[in-house]
Design a protein around this ligand. Structure first.
Ligand SMILES: [Zn+2]
Length: 359
């Protein structure tokens, strides 16, 4: 299936495209093809091959994945039973680096949420993205002093940082260390976007003084009120990885943010029971290389592909794709069209947030 990608979508066009995508996905589902999320969700180990991402963040897969160790001096993996601590080696290395740098900044350590499945692909639950090993969720709760048991990692609840009614940060919970952590994450050149709740973006817009250039990477989005989502760009050696369009140079604190404090983004979903894209995707909806990724042999053991500061993930095979990657639609059928993380924020006339202090 070929889906045309429109570079500058208007909201109604996005809606139309989402409908077309949904229809195509539904047609594929009716054909009783196995669902891609079942196939990818069943793989317990990565495909042994050179690290390479195929497709887009919300529609793809990857080889050469490595696991973030369950514990390190400055991090702990949360919800380990989900088996989503896998990523492109560059992503896993960056998580470790962020944990060290943040600790040096005074943050007690990172609690790591979902990265990807061992071979990426759509997940049984949760995210639309996280499919190519280049997305990671990191809690806004600091690592506790005492090591968490496995049971605690499964059940410990996260701290909601944002009031669900006002969409503003809970002042009693937000600290300068939270700001510093996000600034540190945004400082890495490979990090292209960081998704946070609009209330958190607003808090940064209202309080960050001095260098504000990093704010352009901080993007408001639904949810992301107990964690932030760190996305890195396509890595070298991944010619079939589809890049996301670059963010503007603007700090994003003006009209695009103000839209989030209107009624429009929070209207109830008119069709909450509609199937999500991940529930309908078959292998035909993914880049064709993903079939090879799925079929590739398992890594010999979990230990062999657990990241150890660059020593893990030995390549023993390399898929040789010969044709160009298919054009991949970034439309998501999971949410209203405007709710796609990959759709531009509508620009409409609305009140601006408070001006930043000190100016
Ligand atoms: Zn995420």
């Amino acid at each position: 299936m070929k889906l045309r990608s429109l570079p500058e979508r208007k909201p109604f066009l996005t809606a139309a495209l989402a409908l077309v995508t949904l229809a195509a996905l539904a047609a594929a589902a009716i054909s009783a093809e196995p669902r891609a999320k079942d196939l990818f969700g069943a793989r317990k180990l990565p495909a042994v091959a050179r690290a390479q991402s195929f497709g887009f963040y919300s529609r793809g897969c990857f080889t050469g994945g490595v696991a973030l160790p369950m514990d390190g001096p400055t991090w702990e993996v949360m919800r380990p039973s989900r088996n989503r601590r896998w990523g492109h080696p560059a992503m896993i290395a960056l998580i470790e680096k962020l944990s060290r740098d943040a600790a040096a900044d005074g943050w007690p350590g990172l609690l790591i949420g979902d990265v990807s499945q061992p071979r990426g692909g759509p997940m049984m639950t949760g995210h639309a993205s996280h499919q190519i090993g280049l997305d990671a969720d990191i809690w806004l709760t600091p690592m506790p002093k005492r090591p968490l048991t496995t049971a605690q990692r499964e059940t410990m609840s996260a701290t909601l940082m944002v009031d669900e009614k006002t969409h503003l940060v809970k002042e009693a919970l937000w600290t300068p260390q939270h700001t510093r952590l996000l600034k540190r994450a945004a400082s890495y050149p490979e990090v292209e976007r960081i998704l946070v709740n609009p209330g958190i973006k607003k808090k940064l817009c209202d309080t960050v003084t001095g260098d504000r250039t990093w704010l352009r990477k901080i993007r408001p989005f639904w949810g992301h009120d107990y964690h932030f989502h760190m996305r890195i760009g396509c890595q070298p050696g991944s010619p079939f990885c589809k890049a996301q369009e670059t963010t503007t140079d603007d700090d994003g604190c003006g009209k695009p943010l103000a839209w989030w404090f209107t009624e429009e983004p929070w209207r109830p979903n008119k069709n909450p029971d509609a199937p999500k894209a991940r529930d309908l995707m078959t292998m035909a909806n993914l880049p064709k290389q993903c079939q090879d990724v799925l079929n590739a042999p398992d890594a010999p053991s979990l230990e062999a592909v657990t990241y150890q500061g660059g020593a893990a993930a030995v390549a023993v095979a390399e898929p040789q794709p010969t044709e160009p990657a298919e054009t991949i639609s970034s439309g998501s059928a999971a949410m209203p069209a405007a709710a796609s993380a990959f759709a531009p924020t509508p620009k409409i006339g609305i009140p601006l947030p408070r001006p930043r202090p000190g100016n």
